[in-house]
Design a protein around this ligand. Structure first.
Ligand code: UT7
Length: 339
């Protein structure tokens, strides 16, 4: 050993730290509206739409709306409890809570703090991430980074939305698209990945194509507090960035399209999902689609779809899953993980 202290040769490299999904959960409000129900509701306002138009242009057939007085934090806490149960862990072991939402209970404090209180725990950091429909991918990436650096060991990452509260029911181009719900995961430290690679982007030049421009000032709601969208502009940008970010996260991970077992894109429009799958040469059988039953639930759509596919046993331990978000901001991102 040439007189070298043996420890110098045998000391193990510091163990690498990753994050892995330990359990998933979701929650949908009980009130379910089919397209036919919405046609009737809108007709009463003199707004014309049809089941055929909604289903053909978007793939949506139904959505869930929260009950009056049911806050976003209730949906988030219900999804979180189910994720904790699936991960077989107690809320007291959670040391980080991140809620992705654009429809928080209050201006402040964060919905994450309210969820923390509802789960009966205290002390760990809790905050919201606001990246609209990319919110869950953003939140998961932040939680993964905090776990990798040792700042957290077991995180609740939640996407929760009540978009029904910010819809303009006189605008048929948007009010038929969205629904309410929540999805959650328990993300915990692991010595094997888990999350393999992620990538986040934003381009604020497109703030105006998808926004809810109202604000609160001087005790008044200023500006229009309902959702505005240039659907075609969003559609065009979405199909471009979803292909681009899928390819670059795969390169980062040293994997290829052929390694993807399941694609879970943000659930906004079946045509966007079909286009992404086609470009990535993936069969639609590998794409988890919940838009028909949930509508577009913004930051909740990806964790909701993930939980549905885990519970119906399509997604199994070890499967490689690509999550992709896109939405207002303009924001987009992807997370590649081994489940
Ligand atoms: O969650 C963030 C990401 N969001 C998205 O990715 C959404 C992206 N955009 C889309 O999914 C689609 O653009 C929409 C579904 C929003 C709209 O579909 P489109 O094929 O782009 O329709 P359009 O806006 O070009 O409208 C076509 C026609 C118009 O009538 P005219 O001008 O051709 O006579 C609209 O007035 O469809 C009409 N229309 C409707 N008709 C019946 C719009 N909304 C409705 C409606 N029912 N609900």
């Amino acid at each position: 050993m040439n007189g070298m202290p043996s420890t110098a040769l045998t000391a193990a490299a510091p163990a690498r730290r990753y994050s892995r999904i330990a359990g998933t959960g979701s929650y949908l409000p009980t009130q379910r509206l089919t397209n036919a129900d919405l046609v009737v509701k809108l007709a009463a306002r003199g707004i014309e739409t049809s089941d055929d138009w909604i289903a053909e242009r978007t793939g949506i057939r139904a959505r869930h709306f929260a009950a009056e007085g049911e806050p976003c934090s209730d949906l988030a806490a219900a999804a979180a409890r189910r994720a904790l149960e699936a991960a077989d862990c107690d809320a007291t072991s959670i040391d980080l809570i991140i809620v992705a939402t654009s429809t928080p209970d209050m201006v402040f404090p964060s919905t994450a703090c309210i969820v923390q209180q509802k789960l009966g725990i205290a002390g760990c950091p809790a905050f919201d991430v606001q990246a609209v429909c990319s919110g869950f991918v953003y939140a998961l990436t932040v939680a993964d980074s905090m776990i990798r650096t040792g700042a957290a060991s077991k995180a609740l990452v939640i996407g929760a939305e009540i978009f029904s509260r910010i819809l303009d029911f006189n605008d048929r181009g948007t009010c038929v698209l969205f629904g309410d719900g929540a999805g959650a995961v328990v993300l915990q430290a692991s010595d094997t990945p888990g999350i393999i690679a992620s990538e986040l982007h934003a381009d604020g030049r497109h703030v105006g194509i998808l926004c809810t421009p109202g604000s609160v000032a001087g005790g008044q709601v200023c500006g229009d507090p309902t959702l505005k969208m240039d659907g075609q502009a969003v559609f065009k940008l979405a199909v471009g960035v979803l292909e681009e970010v899928a390819r670059s996260v795969l390169v980062k991970a040293g994997r290829s399209e052929a390694d993807i077992d399941w694609l879970i894109p943000h659930q906004a429009n079946i045509r966007i999902m079909q286009s992404t799958a086609r470009k990535l040469k993936l069969s639609m059988d590998k794409v988890i689609v919940t838009v028909a039953d949930h509508g577009n639930t913004s930051a909740a759509s990806i964790p909701l779809a993930l939980d549905v596919a885990v519970r119906d046993r399509r997604i199994a331990r070890g499967d490689t899953v690509l999550l992709e978000g896109v939405g207002g901001g303009f924001t987009w991102g992807a997370v590649l993980l081994d489940f």
